[in-house]
Design a binder for this molecule. Sequence first.
Ligand SMILES: *Cc1c(COP(=O)(O)O)cnc(C)c1O
Length: 397
Amino acid sequence: MPVPLLDVNAQNLPLEDELTAAFTEVLHHGRFINGPEVKGLEDEVAAFLKLPHAIGVSSGTDALLLAFMALDFGPGDEVLCPTFTFFATAGTIARTGATPVFVDSCPVSFNIDIEDAKRKVTDKTKAIVPVHLFGQSADMDAVNTFAKEHELRVVEDGAQAIGAAYKGTSSGGLSDFGTFSFFPSKNLGGFGDGGMVVCNDPELEEKARIMRMHGGKPKYYHHVVGGNFRLDTLQAALLLVKLKRYKEYTAARQANAAYYGEKLDELPGVVTADLAHMGSAAAQNEWLDGQAAKLVLPIIIPENTHIWNQYTLRVIGEGQRDALREHLTGLGIGSEIYYPLTMDQQPCFQSLPESSRAHCGVSHQLSGEVLSIPVFPELKPEQRDEVVAAIGGFVGG
Ligand SMILES: *Cc1c(COP(=O)(O)O)cnc(C)c1O
């Protein structure tokens, strides 16, 4: 049986009647812009995350851009962000006129390495943008302690982490703004583009809400320049149908990840990072060097609730990642490389100052070794077993 990396139909088609009814309702009320379902989704998401304010927006990318515009990022500002992330994190910083400064990642959690951020902060640094990569939070105590020390703004890029938590608080709620995406491959996958901004501060919330509609308040009177960052009523109506099932989707991803963790760990040459050895990035690398591992499994950092947007392996050894990918493809199993190129390696960022692109060695290594395998909620037990058997065949188990 083929095993796709993601099967959106397996999740959406069972909801066809409800989705069609939601569509029909919007068709008939006709309030396609800022209709009642937008407010409905904002309220439901805020309640679900136990955060005070949520603002529906046009995409995860626009969520970041809106947060950055509301915090006045601009020319002359430096903004720290991980180099090992999806392009939107860095692209939106650059679009404000600020200079992205790329920070290396932790070799085990894949998230921003604050020890490296400490090397790169300057008196021009305005903010730090941790990304909760693959569905688990960055080390937010470390981020916020660092940010406080240097008086930095913090925006959490939670595009892959809606419903994830750090020490029990929802991702997105531990900073000035948190941002989410409803891109179809994200955990709360929509029917096109969509996103959400969350925030704790009522003043920032109001500013972002006004800037979502070109910055006009009252309408046609503009004290600030915003944009059109609205979420469609139709998209909100359809997402409300899926939000009701979101806990089940997350539980299924967590069960799949737990199953992989158990079964793959039994294979020869497969290791799971031992938390007792996880000090600095350097210490983690040293530990890994001593393992003679072929594959390293992802782990859950104890402070975190991981929602597994991706289940990402590190495949050790020159050419081995691509060899595993080819092996899986040959067996009809989907996989993907998130991400083959880090931000400091992107052609469009080569004109940035050298200091923006320094010291990203762990991330370069990760981009050569990572491979994400199917973990979507509707994965069938026999499909999971096929993935495990295929990897067993590769490592010789
Ligand atoms: C998907 C993603 C985004 C952008 O979201 P879109 O809705 O596709 O615009 C931003 N950051 C990260 C980390 C993402 O994974």
